[in-house]
Every structure is written in C-alpha cells, then in structure tokens.
Design a protein around this ligand. Sequence first.
Ligand code: MCN
Ligand code: CUM
Length: 792
Amino acid sequence: MALDELKIGGMGASRRRVEDNRFIRGKGKYIDDVVLPAMLHMEILRSPVAHARIKSIDTSAAWEVPGVRLVLTGETMAARNLAWMPTLSYDTQAVIATDKVRFQGQEVAAVVADDPYIAKDACSKIVVEYEQLPAIVNPDQAKDSSAPLIRDDKVNQDSNKIFDWEIGDKEATERAFADADVVSSLELHYPRSHPSPLEPCGSIADFDRATGKLTVYMTTQAPHIIRAAVAMVAELPEHQIRIISPDLGGGFGNKVPVYPGYVISILASILTERPVKWIEDKSGNLISTGFGRDVYLKGEMALRKDGKILGMRMHTTSDHGAFFADAQPTKFKIGLMHSTFACYDVPAAYLTSDGYYTNKAPGGVAYRCSFRVTEAMFFQERMIHAAANDLGMDQAEFRRVNLVKDDAFPYRTAFGFLTDSGQYAKCLDLGLEAIGYSSFKAEQEEARKRGKLLGIGISTMTEPLGAGNSREYDIIGIKMFDSAELRVHMTGKAILRTGAKTQGQGHETTWAQIVAHELGIPADDIVVEEGDTDTAPFGMGTYASRSTPVAGAAVAMVSRKIRAKARKIAAHLLEVSEEDIEWELGRFYVRGNEERGVTIQDCALAAYSNVPDGMEPGLENNAYYDPPNLTWPFAAYICKVEVDPETGVWDVLKFVAVDDCGVRINPMVVEGQIMGGLTEAYAMANMQYITFDEEGNCIGANYIDYLLPTAWETPGFELHEVVTPCPHHPIGAKGIGECATVGGPAAFVNAVMSAIEHTGVRNVDMPLMPNRVYDAVRNGQDVSGMPPVRVE
Ligand code: MCN
Ligand code: CUM
C-alpha cells in the first residue's frame, strides 16, 4: 500500500521543473515586470575614466529637463551619511563618488524622473569636471612605491595593499621540499570574468511615510541579509523593512553583493515619497557589478620519483579592484582558496596570499563558486598536470597515486578541512573508460599525420559546498544556518517556505520532492515560496551551493517534525498507542495489521478537526538547520580536443563528466546544473575576454566582445554519475550547483596544453583564444594574459 515514490515526484524522480511552466511562457515575474502605482524611474551616471579627482559636478541642466524629479550626487548621499557603505569584507565602498572616481563605470550621479528615458537624457546633461590620475590595473603596478594611493579616503591606508594572509605548516612544507626528488613549479593568471546573468540587477524601493514601512523589490540571492544590512546602514527598524526578491533571471553570484544602485533607489524613494525603480542596463551590469577571479597563482610541488606528492607551497595575489567587496562570508582573507588540493593526499602544504586595490570595478564576487574555490581548483589541476609531466608520468596514474582513498574518510586535509566521503578513483576510472583513454595515444599519432594536434585533459576535484556551519562562517556577524517552514493544510496540500532563494536552480521543484520523500504528500500538492522576508523564515540565502546542504536539510528536518506530530494523530485516529504505529511512504498503520491505517492526508484533516485531548491543533512547523560540516562533492571532468596549429582554433571532440554529489534529489535538475556549469567553464576557457588597458578602460565591456556561449559553439557533454551519500546530511545529498564551473576550466585548458606542450609551452592563460594558442605553438612559449593590454 506504500506509495511509489517516483510516481508522487519524490526523491530520485526527474520531475519536470514546475517554475518552467511560467518561464517558458514568458510569464515569469522579474524585477522589471513589477510595476507599482505612481512609480518613478532612476538612471545612474557612470564615470568614463578609471581614476580621477572630481573637481566639480554641475547638475543644473539635468534639473531643468521636464519630468525630472530628483538629481542625486555624492553630496546628497553624504548629507545623510550614505556616501559610503560597508562591504561584506569589512571594507567600505562609495555609493556615489564624492572625492574621486576609482574605476571606470563608478556611480557619479543619479537622476529620478517620470520615465527611464527622461532620466537617461537628464544624466547626459550633468557636467562633471575630472582631473585625471594615473590608473593602476594590476597588482604589480599597485605595489610600486611610486604608485598613486587609490584609497586615500581611508585613514591609516598608506599603500595599495589590502592584506597579507597565510595558512598551513611552513616548516613541515620546507622539510618536504628538502626531501623531494623533483620540484615542479607553475605560475599563471586566472583572468577576470563576469557572471553576466541574462537579467541585470535592479530594485524598486517603496517607502511609505504613513506607515513607516520600506518595501524593496530587489534582485538578490540573499533577501534576509539585505534586510539586516538595510536596517544597519539606513538605521531603519528591521520589522519595518520588507525585501522581496522576485523571479531572478540568473544570479551566478552576481546578485549576492549590495550594489550602490539599490541604496540610491532607497534614498530616492524616501526623498520623493514615491516608489523608485532602478533597472541596470546590460553594460552597466558588465562593467560595474562584481567581477570574479583576477588572481595570480604561483606554486611549487615537492615530488618523490614514484609519483607521491610530498608537499605543496603556493602564493596567490588577488586584484580586488577599488573596493574590497568580495562576496564571501568566511573569516579567511582569500575565501576558501585553501580548499585547494583537498582531493589529494598532500602531507604538507603552505599558502601565502596578498590582495591589492586597483582602479577596476570591485572583484572577488564568487562567480559560481564557493569564494575563490574556482581559482583554487583551477590552479590545483593545472599544477597536477604540470607535475605529472615533470615526472614523466601518465596523467591518470599520477592522480590515482595521490587521490584520497575511499577508506580514508573523513579525511583531514593539509589546510585543516575535513572532507566527508567519496569514491574518487572510481569516478576517474569511469571517466577514462568513457572517453576512451586507452586508445588516445594511437589516435593522437594518427591525427598528427593529418596535421592536427590531439590533446586530452583531466580535471579531478572535490570542493567545499554549503556554508555554514555557524561555528566557522558568518556574514557581518550573522551565523550561517538556514531554515524551512512547512504548513500542511486541512486537505493535505501544503506550502513550504525556506530562507534560500532560487535564481534558476529549480527550488520550487526540488524542495517539494524532499517533502514528498519524507511525508508521501505528492510533490504536485506542495507549493514552494522563497524570497519574501515578510513571509519566509530567516535564512542566509543562496550561494556556495548551500541550498541543498543547508536549506534542503532543513526541509527534510521540518518534514520529520510534521511526521512526528502526524504519528500522534494517527495513533489517536487508529485508537492504538503511538508505539504500535508503523510508517510507510504516505501512510501510518497498526503494526501487525497493515490493513488498518490512515494516510498523511487523513492526519492533516484530523489536525484541524479531531486532535487528541491536550494537543494543539494545526499541522505546521519550522526547522533551523546548522550543518555539522560542509559537503564535499567530487567530479572527474575529461576533455578531448583537436587543435589546428595553422590557426590556433581548437575543437572539443568529446567531454565526459562524472559527478558525485551524493544522493540526487532530481537527477534531471542535477544534470542541468552540470551542463550549465560546463558551458560557463567552456566560455571562460575558450572565449570570454574582459580586461583593461593602461588607462583603466574596460576592454570587452559589451556583449560583442565579451562572448556568452550559445548552443551553436557549446560542445556536447556526456554525463555519468557516482553516488556516495553525504554521511552528515539528513538525506545524503551534497551540493552540485557550482561543481562544473569550478572543475571544468582546467579540463579544457589541460586538454589544449596536452595537445601543444611538445612545443615546449607550459602555460597559456585563459581565455585560450586562437591567437594565443597560435602564438604559443609558433613560438613554443607561454602566453600571459595579464593586463594592461595594448589597444590602438
Ligand atoms: N540538487 C539535487 N540533488 C543534489 C544536489 C542538488 O537535486 N544532490 C538540486 C537542488 O535541489 C537544486 C539544484 O540541484 O534545485 C542546485 O542545488 P545546490 O547544489 O544546492 O545549489 P543551490 O540551489 O544553492 O544553487 C546555488 C548555485 C550557485 S551558488 C550558483 S552561483 C548558481 C548555481 O547554483 N547559479 C545559478 N546554479 C545556477 N543555475 C541557474 N539556472 N542559474 C543560476 O543563477
Ligand atoms: Cu559562488 S556564486 Mo554562487 O555562490 O551564488
């Protein structure tokens, strides 16, 4: 009589995404679809130069444009103590520039008008006089003793350095190097990249002076954090602030930080006493919101002749742009960079890092990764590739020797993380088999005869997903856990709310599946709602693929609380003691008499009509979940490419992905996450180029130059799965949302390097555009992508 879990859309069902019903009909409700009565529109004027003192701003002509209601400058903000705002990394960021502009695209003024076109026209009437200063576009320039001081607004800041940081065991690592037979080294730059969600950022602030309530519709992945931040920055009472994050047209980390536009629209609404809408345009999003990466990575590996890794030392230098606004809630200065090499048994490791201000838009947004994990895993797999070559060892064999073994979990890494579970070698072997690794050498020979260079690249990695736990992670002091609230109605239908916020991952579909698994209520009978701070339980939002590890766990836990109460009701209905009640999916029955039972729906009805004496009526509850650890999914990505040495063009012949994210709630959604992530990885490796010239001009600041991959150029991906349940998660699931973006790039780059390294090339920085690959093959030399670039 138990229900068939797959039929009711429970765990393991590739249930179709319910949100797509509205998305593919064009009926999604995104920020720009929200229209409030008497709403005004705001546009932002951005700086054309990267570094300049503002001598004067004349807004008089803008005020005179018919339909203009308000013009805001840094002075307007400063008068209310809002010219600067705190960042998630305990720095400050200018909301509207007052003294200087520090990057091209920085906010200089804003106009509020009856429609967005008037506002834009009026922006062009604002006259700003700049006194240009030399621009700094990389850490080398920032370090120079003659470099201008970018953050002269800060007391005690007498250089462009932001921090120094170190972790690991220096002495033990030095001993490992003393014992090494071979020392391998590598140096590279992970270039800036931009998450570029289809929908840019925006907000609609609506301050009601009569009630004192501020409602803000906002493109945010973390509405409750925003509420707390607004309460602190604007000194408004928290219960009078409502943040609503509507449908998001992608986030990819871009919608984690607080951007100046949000703050300006809030002040504009308070001043005009009307709703004020700000919708960023695509270029504004591309040049001024959080960039990812921009890290210089350098490392050395101590190796024994037989292939065993003895130790690793590494230095990273990160370019943070003009404000240290990294969107990351760890106490570590460079995010989780020290998760690097976590899947390998490395006895000793030591990491140092420093970070610098430059005249670029804020960097360090975690673009589909857990706070620098992408850079960590990219460097790891490029280093592993180089080390295997230096040892003259096969790439797969070298990994096999050093991967953490299945029986070693929980495994303590050299940098102190505790990885939870995995079957690393099995994933690797499955991938090698699928790509046809054993026949590759012969294929490569054959291709050379045709004048083509074949390469195969492997990337194996585990990454930490799911921040918290609350012991180690917090955002501006708020401890990291997450929540779920479940209300089962009288008819057995239910509404579930969580503190996470879907940006496209499909929470409306998958959360209902967890409830279906725990309670046997069909997934179609459960509606999922997120993103409204007045209704959702407090939560830390969605990033670091933390939704399944944390909020997803809370969904399981609240369902279990509901089941526990329903069991008492069942005992009452069946007139037996609770101890005599058995559970099977969707139904309680009397032990030894399976026929006598009641469904979960019967219990729901009774909860509102026939509860035992002394029991509170109703069937609803909530759960706050503080995970004991991060979850550690594993992936083996293997790519085969063909390089044309005459043009530098490379094609992906085959790409195999083996992912182990523990128990899969919805296999189809998981596969969608992997394919999307690999597409982004391919774009970064192959074509996405956004950089800066000597004057700090952003090159690639539009979608003609900064390429988003389409179905046409994106290769096919062959997916395989291994399931190692997460030992500390209530349903055994690990995160998956970012694995492919994190682990993917190295597979592509290693493949191209494998094809061309016989020419003596050791590294070509991403993106591996044809001209770079061509130059590398032609000259047998490395190609660096570090800015500034020269432009004619
Ligand atoms: N899932 C599953 N089984 C698992 C793990 C996950 O079925 N074992 C499902 C989940 O239920 C969820 C999806 O896969 O529907 C992703 O889950 P999870 O790994 O928990 O990641 P989050 O939901 O926290 O998503 C965040 C992650 C991040 S941080 C970025 S950035 C990112 C990403 O997901 N941005 C995305 N994927 C994205 N996908 C889309 N379409 N759009 C974005 O902006
Ligand atoms: Cu790391 S980008 Mo996501 O964490 O929102």
